[in-house]
Design a protein around this ligand. Structure first.
Ligand code: NDP
Length: 280
């Protein structure tokens, strides 16, 4: 991945281009909070917004996008189908509800939020139809392990173009990233800042000092240099801007390795094989 500036993009398996830095809006309120966050982000040059039906803020996200002066086709919009909506009979309705709430004609990326056992492959079949109809430019999955991805392969048809997983210096899952690379599935990081926790880490703080950048900038730059695209969330203008200023420095290989060495497989969210207990 060639890292150039905030509007740089990666090419997905179907040639659709996706910005490698975006704004996450989980826990941003569906009103002024999400709308102003998106406005600040678009002003700062962000061109990807990541939401989900579960976040309850699709109306606000859609309104901010529609009200911006930036043409719709220049903004990459992601949403996700929630657990309760999965299955053959309900996927299309969930997607239509999302579009309606957002007031948009299409989505750039639609993801299966969590792979519900016994349902996610049926969900995928309908998502393939929506993709073929042109209502979604790219389709993908979230919170999957290799065995989930293998089951898409066995199913055949269009394969996930993106895997959005928890990813930060404490949870790298390099083998899964390598599997994705081999299979042309783009890896995208959720909770890249470990919800703020990783910013307190001494190694990260030392590197921030060394490069004259903030701890968040060090971590987000590390994402990009690892070939992983990233969607940090903030509702604060100064942090939204700070998180986008990661294009004027480069971490050395040694320092990349120092960050890699922090990995201890700590998760902040649920495990992809045990999430049903988590959300019940
Ligand atoms: P992040 O790792 O992005 O961390 C967000 C937290 O860090 C917030 O508390 C934010 O506070 C704070 N923060 C942001 N920037 C800075 C900064 N520069 N300095 C100090 N603190 C900062 O966590 P998320 O869990 O929100 O993940 C990012 C996005 O990934 C989500 O918003 C969502 O879009 C997506 N996601 C997807 C999931 C999935 O299952 N597919 C699961 C979870 C997230 P504040 O807002 O107050 O500035």
């Amino acid at each position: 991945m060639k890292i150039t500036n905030i509007q740089g993009k990666v090419k997905l398996a179907n040639e659709v281009e996706m910005p490698y830095l975006g704004l996450g809006v989980y826990k941003a309120d569906n009103g002024e909070e999400v709308k102003t966050s998106i406005q600040h982000a678009l002003e700062a040059g962000y061109r990807l917004i990541d939401t989900a039906a579960f976040y309850g803020n699709e109306e606000g996200v859609g309104e901010a996008i529609r009200n911006s002066e930036i043409p719709r086709e220049e903004i990459f919009v992601t949403s996700k189908i929630w657990i309760d909506d999965q299955g053959k009979g309900s996927t299309r309705k969930a997607f239509n509800d999302t579009l309606e709430k957002m007031g948009l004609e299409y989505l750039d990326l639609y993801l299966i939020h969590w792979p519900v056992p016994g349902k996610f492959l049926d969900t995928w079949q309908i998502m393939q139809d929506l993709y073929a109809e042109g209502s979604i430019k790219a389709i993908g999955v979230s919170n999957c392990l290799e065995h989930h991805l293998e089951s898409f392969k066995e199913l055949g048809g269009v394969q996930p173009m993106v895997l959005q997983n928890e990813f930060h210096p404490k949870l790298i899952q390099q083998e899964l990233i390598d599997y994705c690379k081999k299979n042309n599935i783009h890896y995208q990081a959720w909770s890249p800042l470990m919800r703020g926790e990783i910013l307190k880490n001494d190694v990260i703080k030392e590197l921030a000092e060394k490069y004259g950048k903030s701890a968040a900038q060090i971590v987000l730059r590390w994402d990009l240099q690892k070939g992983v695209t990233t969607i940090p969330k903030s509702v604060h203008k100064e942090r939204i801007i700070e998180n986008s200023n990661v294009f004027d420095f480069e971490l050395s290989l040694d320092d990349m390795r120092k960050i890699d060495a922090l990995n201890d497989n700590t998760r902040t969210g649920a495990h992809p094989d045990h999430f049903m207990e988590h959300f019940s």
